[in-house]
Design a protein around this ligand. Structure first.
Ligand code: SF4
Length: 77
């Protein structure tokens, strides 16, 4: 359910579970007010990775880099 909803194509099916590519996930900044994947998850299994915490400004910068509207390079995936 979450994979097609992700505006950044950051979700993919792995071995038995879906995985989120943190290099592509912008926390939905630039697309939605809330985390779309969390909204649609029927089993409430999406949690924050404490090792990868970004500010809204960092997510916004990543979003702009991904769409090619900043001086930053898009994250390598
Ligand atoms: S928070 Fe948004 S951008 Fe990140 S994986 Fe979920 S749906 Fe995709």
């Amino acid at each position: 359910m979450c994979e097609p909803e992700c505006p950044d194509c950051a979700i993919s099916q792995g071995a038995g579970i879906y995985a989120i590519n943190s290099a592509l996930c912008t926390e939905c900044v630039g697309h939605y007010e809330t985390h779309k994947c969390v909204e649609v998850c029927p089993v409430v299994c999406i949690i924050i990775n404490p090792d990868i915490v970004e500010t809204t400004e960092q997510s916004q910068d990543k979003y702009l880099a991904l769409i090619g509207q900043s001086g930053q390079q898009a994250p390598q995936v």
